[in-house]
Design a binder for this molecule. Sequence first.
Ligand SMILES: [Zn+2]
Length: 195
Amino acid sequence: MLAAPIQKLIEAFTRLPGVGPKTAERFVIFLLKSGRGEVTRLEKALDELLQNIRSCEICHNFADASPCEICTDSKRDRTQICVVAEPQDVMAIEKTGSYRGVYHVLRGLIDPLIDALPQQMKLAELVARTPDATEIIFAFDPTIEGETTVQFISQKLKRDGLILSRLATGLPSGGSVEYADEITLGSALKARQKL
Ligand SMILES: [Zn+2]
């Protein structure tokens, strides 16, 4: 039987995505062994996170200012809005360096098995932004949830003069035709490019 404070912290860590009981146990033992310095560092970082990070009132990404740096950047094309499910998707697209529009973080995707929109979903906020947009790019995972969300939102946004587009899906670079599953290979064929 573990001491109650140890058990409590293990439980707290297992609430984090991707952390199972074994990893949580390792975290706790690490903190116990490294003593106050490490705990204080963690405490300070968490405190700073809560103090300084907020949700951008325009794109709903997490940032240290609202509106965020991307939304206020005059060099970015505000008529092109890339819609993503989660804040980490913005980071991934920004790393490519090949997108100069702005974002909208939806905070979730629609689950076709549940007959309701996720409560936290920033859909009305997206609809409110679209009158000034010329293109909406959907950048969701190629899953049933991603597909359902694209269908649902594009019905809502459809109007003349607004381009609705989505990321091409297909073979990852370094992937193999022989071992690709049929959905991936099918989308790669559909999204084939002219040489
Ligand atoms: Zn923003």
